[in-house]
Design a protein around this ligand. Structure first.
Ligand code: MG
Length: 286
């Protein structure tokens, strides 16, 4: 406890004494997170070590990965990846990982999750997040309910490893089935103790929802956030991030991740840096 207190102090001094945006990114006290999908081309071209170094140099601190496959992440054993990140002062707190479900393949699916949970336990993440589910014109509310039950089961399994299980939205969850918005139906039909929601604020907005209203109405269901815009954070003018961050602070949400999926100049590294600078310079983000 003493050690933790000692570590907090310099951060407080930095945030109280510093101006806005004048200090070097690497010394920021802000816990700015990044979904590494944002640098997926660099992962392919230069490898994960270079990507971690790039994120650390920009000033990002909190990472979410999206690369789990057969016990490894980015082709690296979880313990090794954890060390690579920690050596650069980075923490990997979350991972996007998912599997389709069918009753016929239940045993195989659950065995797949057992291996995934073991690997993520070794990586030391707080969250495992499934970022999709199958929805098409034929999908019924019963199908959605089946996935809610499936997610409950997975969340029950991750909880045994002290990992919270979440679901990340796009905009298709804002379609209606039988007059019900899929997203709201999911929020109402999962076990709140076993499944949280990672709100992607851009996709909620595109889908016609209000990210702030959702956080206000269901403070116990949103644990983590994707800070996303059409391209770079803050660039489109379509997203109002100040009330979003104010509500996140009111809800005590600590873990959130920038996601950049499209790039104005076809330069992912520049877009990810621009997004960091936008948030690092934002007075409303403490
Ligand atoms: Mg997202």
């Amino acid at each position: 406890m003493m050690l933790a207190g000692g570590l907090v102090m310099p951060q407080l001094l930095t945030s109280c004494g510093g101006g806005t945006g004048s200090s070097a990114a690497a010394t920021t006290s802000k816990n700015i997170g990044l979904q590494l999908y944002s640098l997926r081309e660099m992962v392919k071209d230069d490898g994960i070590q270079k990507v971690l170094e790039t994120a650390a140099k920009m000033g990002y601190k909190n990472l979410e990965i999206a690369s789990y496959d057969n016990g490894k992440m980015y082709g690296v054993a979880p313990g090794e990846l954890k060390k690579m990140a920690n050596d650069l002062g980075l923490k990997i707190t979350s991972s996007h990982v998912g599997k389709a479900y069918s009753k016929e393949e239940e045993a195989e699916v659950m065995s797949w999750w057992d291996q995934a949970i073991e690997a993520h336990n070794e990586l030391g993440v707080k969250y495992m997040v499934q970022p999709w589910m199958p929805v098409n014109d034929e999908t019924t509310l019963d199908d959605i309910k089946m996935y809610c039950d499936y997610f409950n089961t997975v969340g029950y399994k991750t909880a045994a490893a002290s990992i919270a299980f979440g679901y990340h939205n796009h905009d298709f969850e804002f379609r209606q089935i039988d007059g019900q918005r899929i997203y709201d139906y999911m929020l109402d039909n999962v076990s709140k103790n076993h499944v949280f929601f990672q709100m992607d604020v851009y996709w909620v907005t595109v889908g016609g929802g209000d990210p702030v209203a959702y956080m206000k109405e269901r403070p116990d269901q949103f644990k983590t956030i994707h800070i996303k815009d059409e391209k770079e954070i803050g660039a489109s003018g379509k997203m109002n991030f100040q009330p979003i961050f104010e509500q996140m602070q009111a809800n005590n949400i600590k873990d959130w991740y920038v996601e950049v999926e499209q790039y104005t100049n076809n330069d992912p590294e520049a877009s990810v840096k621009q997004s960091f600078d936008f948030l690092n310079n934002a007075d409303y983000l403490k």
